[in-house]
Design a protein around this ligand. Structure first.
Ligand code: ADP
Length: 267
């Protein structure tokens, strides 16, 4: 029964708790997709351990069953896959903000109507034309990769962690901008993996999410996921504004092709 599988799974860790198993059949083969809570860990090791226990238990119960591999790519880890975009993986986050008209003018140097139109034609329509899978955004993966490297996450998981749909609409009588990013597959942890490395753990400390949460296990990693989404939202606003204002190429020429010799600067 489901209860006995949960018992077997949960016995492998103080923090791993089985939530559900989604099954798909292909011919003679069964694919199982495990959903679990993992406290403040991203959970790859924890889930693998729990799943191994479940598989051992099932083989014992059904001796004619063959286990071909602990991972059958229905997870799906580090590959673009609709299952992550639709079902989510890791943490699913929606982050929204209202940007006042004067901020759009003075700081972003563009206007609300131009942003809304560009978002519709680029991030929604353009991505649809390109046949995007979770890529309905301007550059979520730039921000996800940077934050992942800085905070000791697994940067290879930026494939699905960067799935993001960016929405923009005019609000408050058309004056102000409502912007949101919806990201179903943010895979982060604040314990385990690269989070213990010196500079990465310093970064987590700076963000106030270092290590295991004392109050509620999982609170730190959930907060980190919201920080990732909020940073993506800021990045979307910045790049979309630069494109709407026609400054993308000009600013890259100015800042990206700096003639400064960086090696000399550091000595
Ligand atoms: P992952 O499962 O993300 O690969 P690790 O297995 O490297 O991470 O790290 C998780 C380890 O940290 C487990 O041994 C777990 O018992 C321990 N741990 C301590 N506190 C927590 C916490 N709050 N949440 C999750 N794991 C925790």
């Amino acid at each position: 029964t489901r209860e006995s599988l949960s018992l077997v799974f949960n016995s492998s860790s103080r923090f791993g708790r089985l939530q559900k198993i989604k099954c798909a059949i292909a011919g003679k083969n069964l694919y199982m997709r495990f959903t679990c809570s993992t406290g403040d860990a991203m959970g790859m090791n924890m889930v693998s351990k729990g799943v191994q226990n479940v598989l051992d238990f099932l083989v014992n119960q059904f001796p004619d069953m063959d286990v071909l591999g602990i991972s059958g790519n229905y997870c799906s880890d580090k590959k673009p896959a609709a299952v992550n975009w639709i079902e989510g993986r890791g943490k699913s986050v929606v982050c929204e903000a209202v940007i006042k008209e004067e901020v759009v003018h003075k700081v972003l140097k563009t206007n609300v109507a131009a942003l809304v139109e560009l978002n519709m034609l680029k991030n929604l329509t353009g991505s649809a034309i390109a046949g995007a899978l979770g890529g309905f955004n301007a550059h979520a993966s730039n921000i996800v990769s940077a934050v992942y490297i800085a905070t000791g996450q697994d940067p290879a998981q930026n494939v699905e962690s960067s799935h993001c749909i960016t929405m923009m609409e005019a609000v408050n009588g058309g004056k102000d901008l409502h912007v949101s990013v919806s990201m179903p597959s943010i895979e982060v942890g604040t314990v385990g993996g690269g989070t213990q490395l010196a500079s990465q753990s310093a970064c987590l400390n700076l963000l106030g999410v270092k290590g295991a949460s004392k109050e509620v296990p999982g609170a730190n990693s959930r907060l980190l996921a919201t920080i990732v989404a909020a940073s993506v939202l800021a990045g979307e606003l910045s790049l979309m504004s630069a494109i709407a204002a026609g400054q993308l190429v000009k600013s890259h020429m100015k800042y990206n092709r700096s003639s400064k010799d960086v090696t000399k600067l550091s000595t």
